[in-house]
Design a protein around this ligand. Structure first.
Ligand SMILES: Cc1cc2nc3c(=O)[nH]c(=O)nc-3n(C[C@H](O)[C@H](O)[C@H](O)COP(=O)(O)OP(=O)(O)OC[C@H]3O[C@@H](n4cnc5c(N)ncnc54)[C@H](O)[C@@H]3O)c2cc1C
Length: 422
């Protein structure tokens, strides 16, 4: 008797980045032969670890070191990679995706993982050559090219994690680098004012110039950027300007296709969009009103989407606290959870000014809910575990700020360390 094998289902992924490819890996683990998979990727590469762009800019790694999935990976998993061709239209009636160069792929299930777009300040001169973002390897290559053999002036707009990592990289490339930050303290979303000031002093020691409460008014230049003008009239020479003032979910394609979008593509707990045949993961999504900018939550989204797409389980995405580290060699910091507190919380602070160490722990009802560690973040994994587990710390409270007890702690520090975005 002749058996006709059922047609494999067609899965199309738009966005060949960290969240999308992680979801494919999870799907392949669950159901290796269920789908014919095609991937549209706007970037002309396989997939790479975007987080590691900072060490590439700083000259500590090469691009080849951070590639996580080369073209062989796609080939050996039977995945058609359409790299260097952005998807430009989703036809939800015909169930097809069309690329900028004319490729058309039909789907039974579509996964959107288009990530984020850097925010560009719409101020005069923002389109001048030499004004760049910090999002992909092409941005890093243009920064390294602008640095040339060293020398020249760079201005980084934005004193958050991304801006400071860019500034550190440019310094390492020999550029005189100034960070302009609108707020009164650097990395105010991750650091309390004390640790923020310690960080600023450490960066200044390395040769970075910082101007806080700086309001950028215009980029000056004719053929390319030559200077940055502040609202108070200050003019800073600039051969290169890096804008690192924030990101926005890349939701335009989904919006054009009529999917429900607010700031991001709206997904339910199962990572499904308003069209049941279309899922979305990563920084392009909005889940219960929240947006995303770190990888740890994306890994959880990938598992849920894979369970659902493979139809092996109906799991739900549950947001968890994420931790942050600054990837500047020699600067040891960690921040997680609510490190500000309010009138329902207690704060424990440890400060060793001579050693440059500051720790701030925020407690509520005998639970650790947030931490900032600066100068010595060696116990970050342990504290992060306590936060994630909502562990009762009543008995360790007095010694908590000194780190885990010698015999270990309430949580598994190794597991917790792995959970910290790294
Ligand atoms: C320099 C830098 C340092 C970072 N450091 C950290 C860190 O230390 N810790 C941390 O947790 N996070 C960090 N992040 C954030 C982290 O990289 C992101 O959270 C993560 O990459 C988001 O994954 P994603 O798949 O949603 O988006 P991406 O990884 O950006 O992937 C989206 C992909 O989709 C492509 N795309 C977009 N539109 C289309 C289209 N229409 N058609 C086809 N392809 C399309 C994009 O080109 C991109 O390749 C950093 C980010 C940067 C830029």
């Amino acid at each position: 008797m002749n058996h006709i094998a059922p047609r494999r289902r067609r899965l199309v992924l738009i966005g060949n980045g960290m969240a999308g490819v992680r979801t494919l890996e999870e799907i392949l683990q669950r159901t290796p032969h269920r789908f014919d998979i095609a991937v549209f990727g706007a970037e002309p590469h396989g997939n790479y670890d975007r987080i590691m762009l900072s060490p590439v800019l700083a000259g500590e790694k090469r691009f080849a070191d951070i590639v996580t999935h080369d073209r062989d990976w796609y080939r050996s998993n039977g995945i058609a990679l359409i790299a260097g061709e952005a998807a430009v239209a989703i036809d939800r009636d015909a169930r097809t995706v069309t690329g900028a160069l004319g490729s058309v792929r039909p789907y039974d299930v579509l996964l959107i993982a288009t990530g984020s777009t850097p925010v560009v300040l719409p101020i005069p001169g923002h389109k001048l050559p030499g004004v760049v973002a910090f999002r992909d390897i092409a941005d890093v290559e243009s920064m390294i090219a602008a640095a040339g053999q060293g020398g020249g002036n760079a201005v980084v707009i934005g004193g958050g994690l991304l801006g400071l990592e860019a500034a550190n990289g440019l310094l390492r490339n020999g550029m005189h680098t100034t960070v302009l930050h609108l707020m009164p303290s650097l990395m105010e979303r991750q650091l309390d004012p004390v640790s923020s000031e310690m960080l600023r002093a450490d960066l200044v020691d390395r040769g970075l110039r910082t101007i806080l409460q700086a309001n950028t008014a215009a980029f000056l230049g004719t053929d390319r950027v030559e200077a940055v003008q502040l609202a108070d009239g200050t003019v800073l020479p600039a051969d290169l300007v890096v804008m690192a003032v924030g990101i926005r979910p890349a939701a335009a394609l989904a919006r054009d296709a009529g999917l429900a979008c607010n700031r991001g593509i709206v997904v339910d707990d199962g990572m499904r969009t308003s069209d049941p045949a279309i899922y979305a993961v990563g920084e392009c999504v909005e889940h219960r009103g929240a947006l995303f900018g770190l990888v740890a939550p994306l890994w959880d989204m990938a598992k849920v989407a894979a369970d659902r797409i493979s139809e092996v389980a109906e799991t739900d995405y549950r947001p968890a606290v994420s931790g942050t580290r600054l990837k500047v060699t020699g600067i040891d910091m960690f921040s997680a959870g609510d490190f500000v507190g309010d009138d329902t919380t207690e704060t424990v602070v440890y400060r060793d000014a001579a050693a440059g160490v500051h720790k701030k722990l925020v407690l509520r009802d005998d639970r650790l809910i947030g931490a900032v560690l600066y100068g010595d973040a060696s116990d970050a994994g342990w504290y992060f575990g306590l936060i994630l587990d909502a562990a009762d710390i009543a008995e360790q409270r007095d010694l908590l700020v000194f780190g885990p007890p010698p015999e270990g702690g309430a949580s598994d520090p190794v597991a917790a360390e792995l959970a910290v975005a790294s």
